[in-house]
Design a protein around this ligand. Structure first.
Ligand code: SF4
Length: 292
């Protein structure tokens, strides 16, 4: 079996920073939702640290220590945390904060702010909370409908959810450009997502199966899985090494393994160790390669 490993296995720097800093705290803390969308990462944190995940910001009490997730929180949530005199451990990724600043500036300048992204994603909800004049679109069709009432001479600012599909982003921008002459576009898609996506596009069609390590709740992992499903003969997405079924790999000559941005390196290595173990048990030789 030729086992090709992604150059980017493991977390992005935003998730890596958040994980390391949460693992170094010594007090009890609450986090609104998951620090990153990965249950294995969250389990690892919770076995070592007394971190409680809350669903609603009103579950915090005066003086609590509150961790913000990498996707960021809304302005209203931030105000509640401050009002309750909580200590904030801000783990919002710097790339997400950059989009927050663009939204805030558009708000101050009273410009129309168009965010290209999934309106239900916590990152998007956090960004648009910072601008009264925001519209979220995720396709040309939704842009046609949602922008139909916006005045054509209005000053418009466009940005993107950090993990949005870049090809789709540019197509939607092309449409918006034709409509609004006074336009400023910020491509705020994170480089990490772009690199992982480019690599999977390059490799998927030449292998028998692609394994994406990541969660179906994680937008960048799902995006990688969508590419693999389209381009590879077979594709799998698994979050936990316990889910690995070697029968899926037994007769495969070429296997590519990649991961989403919220997967810990040690989790990716557990998957690889398991494949090595099964291959050894079944007398299958492995030729290990790193993607070029
Ligand atoms: S994928 Fe990019 S934007 Fe998202 S947490 Fe990682 S570095 Fe930050």
């Amino acid at each position: 079996m030729i086992l090709i490993l992604s150059k980017y296995l493991g977390p992005c720097y935003g998730v890596s920073n958040a994980f390391n800093s949460v693992m170094s705290i010594n007090s009890d803390a609450k986090v609104l939702g998951d620090i990153a969308h990965n249950s294995v990462l969250m389990e690892k944190i919770k076995t070592k640290k007394n971190i409680t995940t809350i669903k609603d910001i009103h579950e915090i009490s005066r003086g609590d220590t509150v961790i913000t997730r990498t996707h960021g929180i809304t302005l209203e949530e931030l105000e509640i945390i401050k009002e309750k005199n909580c200590q904030i451990l801000d783990q919002t990724c710097i790339k997400v904060k950059n989009v927050h600043k663009i939204a805030e500036k558009s708000n101050l300048q009273e410009k129309k702010f168009i965010l290209i992204g999934n309106k239900k994603h916590p990152e998007v909800i956090g960004i648009v909370s910072r601008c009264k004049n925001a519209i979220v679109v995720d396709s040309i069709e939704s842009a046609k409908i949602l922008l139909s009432n916006v005045q054509l001479n209005q000053n418009v600012v466009v940005a993107s959810q950090t993990t949005f599909d870049e090809v789709k982003f540019f197509k939607i921008c092309e449409f918006i450009k034709k409509k609004f002459p006074n336009l400023r576009i910020y491509n705020t898609i994170c480089n990490d997502s772009i690199k992982r996506r480019e690599e999977i596009i390059k490799i998927s069609s030449s292998v028998d199966i692609v394994l994406v390590i990541g969660s179906l709740k994680s937008s960048n992992s799902v995006r990688l899985f969508e590419v693999a499903k389209k381009m590879a003969k077979e594709a799998l997405i698994l979050e936990n090494p316990k889910e690995l079924d070697f029968e899926k790999f037994r007769l495969k000559n070429k296997v590519f393994i990649t991961s989403g941005a919220s997967v810990l390196k040690e989790t990716a290595l557990e998957f690889i160790d398991k494949i090595f173990y099964f291959c050894k048990k079944n007398s299958i030789e492995i030729d290990l390669k790193e993607s070029l």
